[in-house]
Write a protein that binds this ligand. Structure first.
Ligand code: ZN
Ligand code: ZN
Length: 288
């Protein structure tokens, strides 16, 4: 009986914390429970996970109404190869963009459920630079992943030294959050980052490609031979990193390589204001 009461108290407290974990509803709530809950809610009011100022729209939601309103889905029609959004119109669902017609990228398709911009950019920043893994859970609630048919899911790897300083690989955290039913396909030691690259910010297209040339390697080429691979990253900006990963995997014998990112920088989300970019970093820095 005592244990049951304690459990109920714990679930109540977790329901009003910043994490907003699932609140268990007791069939017969005790009056003092709601009193304690009310006092704690006054002392530690739930805050929006993105702006950290306003209250969430609902105890079960992690974002305030203002931040929720700013979430933009990345929807079609888009180029069936690189995923770039195309002008609307009939018959565009299977079209290729001009870039893909001229120079097909090394990956077979690229998809993203969300546009890059606040609050998505804020949540990705919190995950990446502050180790806030709860932000990945919030993101997974904003944009669902399409059903994918692949043999392997490979998060874009970090260089060993960067992984040590950062403490986590945000791409791995996101892959686990967005593809929970396919966790057994996620492999982290197959594609390795063998070269410590400089930040991509300020580099033009050719410099970016040179910077990343030879950056990745496949540890066991036999494991990707003839397989369909999904490469997962946080943001698709220019696609240079994802293209280099795809090139490396194809060279090792992968039959198909598809890329998937939580968000994408594109025409529709290019209006990101400077004050929306945390700590003065640009979108390009966040692709590493
Ligand atoms: Zn907010
Ligand atoms: Zn394209």
């Amino acid at each position: 009986m005592f244990a049951a009461k304690c459990k109920a108290d714990i679930t109540l407290l977790s329901g009003i914390s910043d994490e907003f974990t699932v609140m268990t509803v007791s069939p017969r709530p005790l009056p003092w429970r709601s009193l304690v809950g009310g006092v704690l809610a006054l002392l530690f009011p739930p805050r929006c996970h993105a702006c950290r100022i306003a209250r969430p729209s609902h105890p079960d939601r992690q974002l305030c109404p203002h931040c929720l309103d700013r979430v933009m889905s990345y929807s079609g029609p888009y180029c069936r190869c690189c995923g770039r959004s195309l002008a609307t119109g009939p018959g565009l669902a299977e079209r290729l963009c001009g870039d893909c017609l001229r120079t097909p990228p090394p990956f077979d398709s690229a998809r993203s459920p969300l546009c890059y911009g606040p609050p998505v950019s804020t949540l990705l920043h919190r995950l990446k630079f502050h180790g806030d893994t709860a932000a990945a859970r919030v993101l997974a609630g904003l944009g669902s992943s399409e059903p994918l048919s692949c043999d392997l899911i490979i998060p874009v790897p970090l260089h060993r030294s960067r992984l040590q300083s950062r403490g986590l690989n945000q791409s791995l955290v996101l892959a686990r959050r967005f593809f929970p039913a396919e966790r057994d396909k996620i492999v982290v030691d197959l594609l390795v980052r063998q070269k410590k690259t400089i930040p991509q910010t300020g580099l033009d297209g050719n410099q970016r490609r040179r910077n990343l040339k030879g950056a990745f390697a496949v540890a066991r080429p036999g494991a990707v031979l003839g397989r369909t691979v999904l490469v997962v990253d946080d943001v698709f900006t220019t696609g240079t990193t994802l293209a280099e990963c795809s090139r490396t995997l194809k060279a090792a014998g992968a039959a198909q390589v598809h890329v998937w990112t939580v968000a994408r920088v594109d025409e529709v989300s290019r209006s990101v204001r400077p004050d929306d970019v945390p700590t003065g970093k640009t979108a390009g820095e966040r692709t590493e």
